[in-house]
Design a protein around this ligand. Structure first.
Ligand code: ACO
Length: 318
């Protein structure tokens, strides 16, 4: 499987740390030193499906593939305004495709899970092109009075078009059922038969537990894909890590003893956009012509569940 096109889309509203400190007991200094985030793009007037559509359209253009030539669409998404139908099905109509489509909720690791599913589809089906769109609005999950969570997130969408090929060299997925450090529960519609208590509320996060789980899972997953391909850390040109926190990225980089230039980041501009963060970063590198043919990339993401995954691939796009 090869990545032949990338795209991304951001909401129009920029919210800086200074703007947050206007209504929250926080500061640019606290947010920058603890997270690396300076600003984020937030959904205000847009709908997530429109960001997904823009990212998908750009990825299709970049790949030179027409929407009607897509054989499958996979959307990675935690929440959006629709409970049903799926975001991928709404997107399919908006871009003018006619393929089957499916959503997955792999939290912040959703892009790696989607890559694994796409890879299996190429092996099991007679298909040519798959579109993955990761579209997320985590800023609608947090309580905007809780400074420990709301400052961390941004909204956005990232997309890739995939075709047959040998570029993806290894994928490792992990899942440990451990919701306590990071979860959100919502109340469903009432019925006359419900007697249980039903929790409802914003995202709950134990930041330090998430930090440790993220570092541990990412290190293990990266080791696993590198070992599987019989490579060393030095053989990898770029490590694209989920953009959750610059200190998580730095901790992993220090363990691997690799140069800072190998860990591109954009968390300072967008905050944590959940599963969209890696495809957005990949699109920036692709469009800035930073990636050279033959470069080896490791993608690594982690999120609520606790789920995680890494992918090692060769870049062959000109
Ligand atoms: N501004 C100012 N002060 C704050 C803020 C804020 N935005 N948020 C918390 N504080 C305060 C706390 O109230 C606490 O005050 P106290 O000492 O008076 O009680 C103090 O800062 C320290 O709080 P901690 O939670 O201990 O701070 P920590 O150094 O652990 O940093 C952080 C918090 C940034 C969330 C860190 O734990 C972290 O990065 N964890 C990883 C979580 C993460 O990345 N989540 C993203 C979503 S999950 C994912 O993508 C996988």
């Amino acid at each position: 499987m090869n990545i032949i096109g990338t795209g991304c889309a951001h909401p129009s509203l920029t919210v800086t740390n200074e703007m947050l400190s206007g209504f929250l007991d926080t500061s640019d200094e606290w947010i920058t030193t603890r997270t690396g985030i300076k600003k984020r793009q937030l959904i205000s007037d847009e709908r997530l499906e429109d960001l997904a559509t823009e990212a998908a359209t750009k990825a299709l253009e970049n790949a030179g593939v027409a929407a009607e030539d897509l054989d499958y669409i996979i959307c990675s998404n935690v929440i959006n305004e629709y409970i049903t139908p799926s975001l991928s099905c709404i997107l399919q109509g908006k871009i003018g495709a006619n393929s089957p489509c499916v959503d997955l909720n792999g939290a912040c690791a959703g892009f790696i899970y989607a890559l694994d599913i796409a890879n299996s589809f190429f092996k099991s089906k007679d298909i040519k092109n798959i579109l993955i769109v990761c579209a997320e609005e985590p800023t609608r999950m947090v309580d905007w009075n809780q400074r420990n969570t709301c400052v961390l997130f941004g909204d956005g969408a990232g997309a890739v078009v995939l075709s047959r090929g040998e570029d993806v060299m290894a994928i490792k997925l992990t899942a440990v059922s451990k919701p306590e450090p990071l979860y959100q529960m919502r109340k469903l519609e009432h019925t006359p038969f419900i007697n249980k208590e039903e929790p409802d509320g914003p995202l709950v996060m134990k930041g330090q537990d998430v930090f440790k789980l993220a570092v541990e899972s990412s290190k293990n997953d990266i080791n696993s894909v590198i070992d599987e391909c019989d490579l060393s850390y030095n053989d990898v040109n770029y490590y694209l890590l989920h953009q959750a926190n610059i200190r998580i990225i730095d901790t992993i980089r220090n363990t691997l003893q690799q140069d800072e230039s190998k860990f591109p980041h954009n968390i300072e501009k967008y905050g944590n956009t959940s599963s969209a963060s890696i495809p957005i970063l990949l699109d920036e590198l692709n469009r800035d012509k930073k990636l050279k043919k033959g470069d080896k990339l490791v993608l690594s993401a982690f999120g609520a569940g606790f789920v995680a995954g890494a992918c090692l691939l060769k870049w062959s796009k000109e």
